[in-house]
Design a protein around this ligand. Structure first.
Ligand code: ADP
Ligand code: MG
Length: 347
């Protein structure tokens, strides 16, 4: 592995960011490994964009440190870090062509860097490399106003990667795209990550996006890290009820446990019991209310005095209609247990 491939190891140490009385980041410590695709998820307002701005150097934190490849960059500005950011609204220059937008940072560098900056020829070459990588070759002369949403997004990505950053920060990059385009763009981002080898930190409020793309997942709430790990670790062993319900869709069912505390199970883990069948494990009883067709099955909302729950039926399972009484069993090893407040996993 070359040095370039190893670059991009991020350490956040006790990061705090205050805006007047608002605490946007509250003692955030994280290790983001070089070359990882890390997704930071959490509801709107939990501090995701703030975290990226602090990582990029656009804003200095109120407290704590940022280290890149073992060196503190806390006092450095955005231009001094090999970190590039794609903003939520792309922030393209409307009066510049695609080529102009992509090369902007390099041209600035050429003007200020004089001897160290890239030559015109080098700039042209890099713009063409990036355009090739992102399929923008035929669009270089267009202005942002003449592009589709997906194309604009690729230009914003191009502008970020043309400087060969070791860290690429993406702030909700897919939220402006419609559903079909979003699926394509997801695949493209993963391919891009593979090809440029940079550490990618993607911020999103969409847990599905995070689960499906990331090698590492971090859940943020009210400026604090609730849990970090692989997507599978967070899905299979959420540390709190918040993570349990935020990661995975439909959300985990939760109800009081007979022995105290709280009990959770995923809608896909419930199995419909036939009348008179001897149940094993946990049993939920309820009446079907909303039966939502999903193409590959049904998401069935059931009403129950012990707490409403959702049952996910798959192709081949019995088709449910509103108003049916049913019993569902969940095997013991598929149950999640939390303390009374839902703040801690109990097993
Ligand atoms: P997210 O990206 O997760 O939606 P943000 O990082 O944008 O959240 O915001 C986190 C919190 O910090 C919010 O309460 C927001 O209102 C506040 N905030 C963010 N930027 C500023 C700012 N420049 N001035 C004042 N408050 C801010
Ligand atoms: Mg944001």
């Amino acid at each position: 592995m070359t040095d370039r491939e190893r670059a991009g190891d991020l350490r956040l140490i006790g990061l705090t960011m205050r805006y007047g009385p608002t605490v946007a980041l509250d003692d955030v410590s994280l290790h983001i490994r070089a070359g990882s695709f890390t997704a930071v998820v959490g509801p709107s307002g939990c501090g995701k964009s703030t975290l990226l701005r602090v990582l990029s150097g656009l804003e200095a934190p109120s407290g704590g440190e940022v280290e890149i490849d073992g060196r503190s960059v806390t006092g450095q500005g955005a231009g001094e870090r090999r970190v590039a950011m794609v903003f939520q609204d792309y922030a393209l220059y409307p009066h510049m062509t695609v080529a102009g937008n992509i090369s902007f940072g390099l041209r600035l560098q050429a003007r200020h860097g004089r001897r160290n900056g890239p030559s015109r020829q080098q700039i042209d070459q890099r713009v063409h490399e990036v355009a090739e990588l992102l399929g923008l070759g035929a669009l270089l002369r267009r202005k942002p106003g003449q592009l589709s949403g997906g194309q604009r997004q690729r230009v914003a990505l191009g502008r970020a990667i043309v400087r060969r950053p070791s860290v690429l920060l993406l702030d909700e990059p897919l939220s402006a795209l419609d559903a079909q385009l979003r699926a394509d763009a997801r695949a493209e981002l993963l391919r891009l990550h593979r090809e440029i080898g940079a550490t990618v930190v993607l911020v999103t409020h969409d847990q599905h996006e995070a689960l499906s793309m990331a090698t590492e997942l971090v859940v943020l709430r009210d400026g604090r890290v609730v849990q970090g790990g692989t997507p599978q670790e967070l899905y299979e062993r959420p540390s709190t009820e918040f993570v349990a319900t935020f990661v995975g869709a439909p959300a985990m069912n939760l109800c009081p446990d007979t022995g105290g505390g709280r009990l959770g199970w995923r809608p896909a883990e419930g199995r419909l019991l036939t009348p008179g069948e001897e149940p094993e494990g946990f049993v939920a009883e309820g009446v079907t209310d909303v039966c939502a067709y999903t193409g590959s099955g049904q998401d069935v909302l059931c009403r129950s005095p012990a707490g409403d729950f959702v049952l996910q039926q798959r192709e081949g399972d019995r088709w449910l209609t509103p108003g049916e009484m049913l019993r569902v069993s969940v095997p013991e090893h598929r149950l999640h247990r939390f303390d009374e407040a839902g703040q801690r996993r109990a097993d």
